[in-house]
Design a protein around this ligand. Structure first.
Ligand SMILES: Cc1ncc(C[n+]2csc(CCOP(=O)(O)OP(=O)(O)O)c2C)c(N)n1
Ligand SMILES: [Mg+2]
Length: 594
């Protein structure tokens, strides 16, 4: 029996299967802290260093478990801090419920201390469901709706609870009278399959075409076998939007890897050469990496009818679950006997991996970041979970890491915000304490917030069965991704005032926290340092002193961009190093045929 409204909220959340809530205290949620205490660890309050991190962790929990993630913050400043993490979840379609405190009901509208209009503030990020409770009898249905809507719509929902209401006596079952709501628990995802006629039309498009390109995203996550079978039958290649990286292993010969700015040349060739384009569970945005309008016949599969036909003018839009839709489509597909397109793709993939390895091994000053990822990739233990921050790390994660079956990986795919690398990894560790987890982050992201969350790791790591949480920090003294964007997209040289980062002893900082700190500033040490990190019995910070002049640029930068790039060189303070270390890589990329 719940005593107070706050107890009731927590109890109801546990009935929904939620046992861990990431948060930070404050007087807007004081009643909840007492309730957590009374709950005796179920749900458990996980204390983070900043509310944005709590929201990232809730999002990471959702990404690595498929369950709803929950975060809690106090009124005013705490609630405001949540926002960026919540937008990350919303844009990547993750079910996250935010519980936020509010000042006392009696004070609202009084320009009161820490009074912020929270339902208006959260109206965009949680537009499917944001409500402020004003009566204890609302709690049951507000929790039920917030969790159910988050799961069903794969989005962010929010309940605002004023602090005086939270301390009122709970009303677990509203009175049976006019004006009360009687809700219940439970949500099961339905199987959604398109109409037969639409499947027939889709099959016709794919059967009539010769060169099929498949693009998958995270929406295909539970449909790996079906995607493989479809690709086999159609003699197709499969490219992956980066959120869908773990859908299919990277060691399959017809998987061309990532697409887009972080992508690969075989993915580019696949899209440019195809005559049919099958997109499954992805909303990959950049049209220049997709076939030209009218060049390929298109079929799209997506569970969300709002997301079909918005990236390419598809001939057939199938609204349905990836797995069940492909299962019903497969018997209608004919096996293509001419395998020449498939062979062309596989040859390209083979060459690409050779090129990627060669690039990783090229000299740099002092360490080539690609080598750090390459050597990790070769050593990844089974079941590893990887997170990447936004920055150059995302490029190397997308291109150089070969995920194998059973591994997971994620990053901020759509908001592409800096900051989730370490908090996602923490959420992965809580959800899967027996699995090794790797956070791949830049020095900018680490300085922004990752290093603070190391304190959270220090607080909790000893309860994880496998202590291996390895944070790779790319110490390049630069906000490198943006530096290269300035060069390539704007034609501007590196602007040192905004781009150069202060030095910091990342590995030594790890040691202060009782972790293993490894600093690598020589190429030959890269591999042995990974061995050391993997053998560690504590969390690890692997600080790699990497060369900011290795370009994390798209595989097919245009000639115009290249021209701007070269012009920019003239005024660039690092011109000499760039020409020596990396321009040859760019040349290799420009040359093939375009
Ligand atoms: C919150 C936020 N601020 C700014 C950006 C723009 N941005 C994207 S990548 C990046 C640089 C990241 O630098 P660092 O973490 O050092 O990684 P590097 O690219 O140097 O490897 C910046 C500033 C962003 N995506 N998110
Ligand atoms: Mg950096």
């Amino acid at each position: 029996m719940a005593e107070l409204v706050a107890d009731h909220v927590l109890e109801r959340l546990t009935e929904w299967g939620i046992h861990r809530i990431y948060g930070y205290p404050g007087d807007g949620i004081n009643a909840f802290l007492g309730a957590f205490d009374r709950a005796g660890g179920d749900p458990e309050f996980i204390q983070v260093r900043h509310e944005e991190m709590a929201a990232f962790m809730a999002c990471g929990h959702a990404k690595f478990t498929g369950e709803a993630g929950v975060c809690i913050a106090t009124s005013g400043p705490g609630a405001i801090h949540l926002l960026n993490g919540l937008y990350d979840a919303k844009l990547d379609h993750q079910p996250v419920v935010a519980i936020v405190g509010q000042q006392a009901m009696a004070s609202l509208g009084g320009s009161y201390q820490q009074e912020v209009d929270l339902t208006t503030l959260f109206k965009d990020v949680a537009h499917e469901c944001v409500h402020m409770a004003t009566d204890p009898a609302q709690i049951r249905h507000l929790v039920d709706r917030a969790v159910r809507i988050a799961l069903d719509q794969r989005t962010v929902t929010c309940i605002v609870v004023p602090n005086d209401l939270a301390s009122e006596k709970a009303v677990e079952t509203p009175p049976h009278e006019h004006g009360t709501v009687h809700s219940g628990l439970g949500y099961s995802r339905p199987k959604v399959v398109p109409e037969d006629g639409d499947l027939e039309r889709a099959a016709r498009v794919l059967n009539e075409s010769q060169k099929v390109a498949i693009l998958i995203g995270q929406g295909a996550m539970n449909a790996a076998d079906e995607v493989v079978e479809t690709a086999e039958k159609l003699g197709a290649g499969v490219a992956k939007a980066v959120l869908g990286k773990s859908v299919l292993p990277d060691d399959l010969p017809f998987v061309t890897g990532a697409i887009g700015l972080l992508g690969t040349k075989p993915s580019w060739d696949l899209m440019m050469g195809c005559d049919a384009f099958l997109m499954v569970g992805s909303s990959f945005p950049y049209s220049e990496f997709l076939p030209k309008e009218g060049k390929a016949r298109g079929v799209q599969i997506d569970i969300d009818g709002r997301m079909v036909g918005i990236r390419y003018p598809m001939e057939v839009n199938l609204v349905g679950g990836a797995k069940e839709t492909l299962q019903t489509l497969l018997p209608k597909l004919e096996r293509k006997d001419d395998r020449s397109w498939r062979e062309e793709i596989e040859d390209g993939v083979g060459e690409w991996w050779t090129l990627i390895e060669a690039r990783a091994m090229e000299e740099a000053d002092p360490v080539n970041p690609q080598r750090v990822f390459h050597e990790l990739s070769e050593r990844l233990p089974d079941g590893a979970i990887l997170t990447s921050d936004s920055g150059s790390a995302a490029n190397w994660y997308a291109r150089n890491i070969k995920l194998r079956k059973g591994m997971m990986g994620s990053l901020s795919g759509t908001l592409a915000t800096m900051g989730p690398g370490v908090p996602y990894a923490i959420a992965a560790k809580f959800a899967h304490p027996e699995r090794p987890v790797f956070a791949l982050v830049g020095d900018g992201a680490f300085q922004m917030n990752g290093m603070n969350e190391l304190i959270t790791i220090a607080k909790y790591w000893q309860r994880w069965r496998d202590p291996r949480l390895v944070v790779l920090v790319l110490n390049n003294h630069d906000l490198n991704q943006v530096t290269w964007e300035q060069r390539a997209l704007e034609g501007d040289p590196k602007y040192e005032a905004s781009q150069v980062l202060p030095d910091f002893p990342y590995a030594r900082y790890a040691e202060l926290l009782g972790f293993k700190g490894i600093r690598v500033d020589s190429p030959d040490d890269v591999g042995p340092a990974w061995d050391e990190a993997l053998a560690a019995t504590t969390p690890v910070v692997y600080e790699a002193v990497t060369d900011p002049e290795v370009p994390p640029l798209p595989p097919h930068i245009t000639f115009q961009q290249a021209r701007q790039y070269i012009t920019a060189m003239a005024g660039d303070p690092d011109r000499g190093a760039m020409l020596k270390e990396s321009f040859k890589q760019k040349i290799q990329e420009f040359v093939p045929g375009r």
